[in-house]
Write a protein that binds this ligand. Structure first.
Ligand SMILES: [Zn+2]
Length: 90
């Protein structure tokens, strides 16, 4: 007797998490898409802001440095350090 009721409870507890997972996945992609459209970083040159470690070239000595460590002057040029930035603008 209890085998049939057991089977019913089983299918219910298996389908519910799958449905919940689908809803969570849909919400996740929906929010991700909405956020990506409103990101103000897209107009940067080349659109390279998606990579975490963008390499830039020093305008003075042509050394390649990570963008996070580079020094930028008022006209948007990159330098390997503050010394070269000051040297270039003076
Ligand atoms: Zn340099």
């Amino acid at each position: 007797m209890h085998t049939s009721s057991n089977g019913n409870a089983n299918t219910d507890s298996v389908l519910k998490p799958i449905f919940l997972l689908l809803v969570i996945l849909l919400a996740y992609f929906f929010f991700r898409g909405g956020k990506g459209k409103t990101t103000p970083l897209n107009h940067a040159e080349g659109g390279g802001h998606r990579k975490p470690e963008e390499m830039v070239v020093c305008a003075h000595c042509q050394l390649r440095v990570p963008e996070s460590e580079a020094s930028v002057d008022s006209s948007g040029r990159y330098f390997c350090g503050d010394d070269h930035r000051k040297h270039y603008s003076s």
